[in-house]
Each structure stands twice: as C-alpha cells, then as structure tokens.
Ligand binder design. Sequence first.
Ligand SMILES: [Zn+2]
Length: 247
Amino acid sequence: MQTPYQLPILLYHRVVNSTCRIGKHKTYVWESAFRKQMQWLKDNGYQTITFSDLDALPANADPGKKIIITFDDGYTDNYTIAFPILKEFGFKAVIYLVTGYKRNEWNLHEGEPALELMSKEQILEMQNYGIEFGGHTRHHVDLKNSTADKQREEVTGCFNDVATITGKKPLSFAYPYGAYNNDTLKVLAQSGFKYGITTIFGPHNWPEDLLRIRRIEVRPKDGLFAFRRKASGRYFNRSWYHFLFAK
Ligand SMILES: [Zn+2]
C-alpha cells in the first residue's frame, strides 16, 4: 500500500469553455486552467495513476510523484474537453458515474444548467485509453439521509451498472456530496467496491481507512499557486480546515 500524503487525490467535476455551462455551484474549472494544471504536473514529473494501478504497486514501491485525478458525475465535457487534454499529456484519471440518469436531474431544481452525462460509447473509448470508471450512486442521492435499504439499492445497483457498462468490476466509489453514515460504510463494504472516496473527510493518513479516502477539490478560482499546494499534498497539512475537519 502507498504511503500517505505522497498520493494526493484531486477532485474535479466539469471542465468548461463557455459561460453558459458554469452553473452556480462552482463545480467547474476552465479549459485553459485545466490545461495549465496538467502542464504543471507534467513539468514537475508527476505520474497520474488509477486505483487499479495503485493495487498493482508492490508494497514497498517508491511512491515518487504520483497523483490520482478524479472527476465526479461523468459529464460529457469530461469526454469532449478534458479527455483530449489528458491524452495530450499522457495522463490517466478516474471518473465517477451516476448510472441512473442521462443528465444532472438531481440539481436542475436548484437552477443548474441541464448537462448531459457521458454515453456508453464515450465511456468505453476513454476506458480503452486508460481512464478508470467508478460509482457515484444511481441517482446522486444523499446517502447520509437515506435508509439502509435505499443506500444498498443505490450503491450495489450502481456497482452492477458500472460493471455492465464497462465490462469490469469497479474498484472505487465516490459518495455524492461527500455524505455518508455508518450504514453507508457497511453497505459499501458489502457492495464489491474496495475504496470509498470522500471530499474533505476521512483521516489524513488515508490508507488507514480505505472507505474514507480524502480528496482535495480544484476550484474555478484556483491559480497555479493554489493548485501547486493541492497537487503536492501540502494543502492538507497546513491549511486552516485541517484543524476544523481533521478526525
Ligand atoms: Zn456528484
């Protein structure tokens, strides 16, 4: 297993090049910023890996400069905008799919623009290149406020859906809204997923708890300085929210 800190996990949602796709939740980065961030990783010798790469590493492997790039929800811009840039830099990523919808039905009522999710063909093309796919429930539900039965249906159903789409058993699952409770952890452990991915919750030394793995979100206003801190893992150690949210 990898050593901690040395493996930062970045969280993205959408990569955009037009203001009409921004929405109000600020869960995007501009295409130009994304390209600069990938360029910085390349220039600084980072290797992007997936959870299956992580599983294949020998226990005593030198972690070197490895990083996992993740995207939540599976928007089509991951295919149309992010994927060409990832290919340009020879980078991999992990994308968490909502399998019960064709677009973002879960936040349209909040005024978000309607956005298509990726098609099976797009997913398979990306997988063929080396992008890994994981689960994010069927209907983007708040698991923390759902019954255990509902959670099982959403998590195990999603595991089966991703396996059907990709022809591979998925390894990792990202909790929608980063929300989970004790039932969720039990459901996940029984579902077939090996890794549970949160947002800012979970131990800093994440190999301690594979069902509560921390990520750091890249925000639309992050300049290269902020990105550098996030990508190098320093953001976790020194930021103010470490003291507020560390468990
Ligand atoms: Zn999501």
